[in-house]
Design a protein around this ligand. Sequence first.
Ligand code: GDP
Length: 440
Amino acid sequence: MAFESLTEKLQRVFRDLRGKGKLSEADTKAALKEVRMALLEADVNFKVVKQFVKSIEERAVGAEVLESLTPGQQVVKIVNEELIKLMGSETTEIKMAQDRDITVILMAGLQGAGKTTTAAKLAGKLKAKGHRPLLAACDVYRPAAIEQLRVNGEKVGVPVFSMGSGVDPVNIARAAFEKARQDHNDILIVDTAGRLQIDEQMMEELGRIKEALRADWTLLTVDAMTGQEAVNVAKTFEDKVGVDGVIVTKLDGDTRGGAALSIKAVTGKPILFVGMGEKLSDLEQFYPDRMASRILGMGDILSLIEKAQAEVDEAEARRMSEKLKKAEFDFNDFLDQMKQVKKLGGIAGIMAMMPTAGASMPEIDESHMGRVEAMILSMSKEERANPSILNPSRKNRIARGAGVDINEVNRMVKQFEQMRKMMKQLPGMMKSKNRGGRGG
Ligand code: GDP
């Protein structure tokens, strides 16, 4: 997960400051040195780091003292605000063209950056918002790209226009626009050629397609895992053809996050979306404030809620919550819950969005979850609905079915019962907590 070690290091800095009643200049300097190191280790562009630390220093040492905050909190607040600023402050949304019925989005990027996948992800996202996109396959150099776009387009339910690989991409793009007009599509997403490295011909061709279609948005896809190289690529594309925004892919696999933190500052262009996985639903709108919050370990509950709303059936969630209250929760429900968790990216995916400030991350063992699932699947319908009938011989059979030790079945059933008991008490606990006045 992106920013893992940056988050950890920043939290250590803040923890050290937290206890202090007053910050001396030396304290601040020492803390800033740590922040600087943490950012450099996260592979943030060194000029960006320098400017960033300077801004924080000016503000931290300056007169800005708020009564309500301790000096340590004050620094966290400033770092948070500066991080948001660094990533562009505002969220950039794709606005529709005003002067014609079709908005043209050009997808640019180096081969392997995730451009073709992202084109389909974006098409799916826009479709879900009520648009009628058409995808156009103009990457005629990578043989598999056209087929890949067709397959992914089908998965997200968006039509794909292609003319094979023997036609000039500019002509394909023009024909795709015509097709979009005929079919009343309101968005045309054009997948252009990627090369292993930047070359003149690619830039020139991209420029020609951009001009021929009067592209409204030229979006550059870069791979987060390439770090500063991604930033250099973005700078070059911006200089040579001009881009309107950047999509940073594979943030899920990038533990450092330097590209996401440097792109806006270096290129002046905002990040619009981030790719968080290989699934076609793993494209997220980029919110500088939420990302800053994630980096600082304050969690990104808003994104988690949005994801849950998109992926989880609400009626089902309500039904479940009723069951929980009445303690009717059985193994069937447990299994359903595990499925919902999987949809949200597994426990690790959920934890990544949860606030971790001050708390250490619990050890989560997804393979254990897999075994729990296997045990429940080895139960009969009746056993799942009525766990109290689980006697030793039944447990033995379940253990054999799931390929685990009987002790593990015993443990799991015991934990399940404890959980059920706890849930029964939960409504009462919540009430007394609220009565306590100050809340959580
Ligand atoms: P292109 O050459 O730029 O068109 O790249 P592709 O779309 O073929 O993607 C290259 C690889 O990156 C594929 O295996 C994709 O599944 C993968 N990929 C794309 N975006 C993401 C992402 O956000 N996260 C992860 N983990 N993989 C991604």
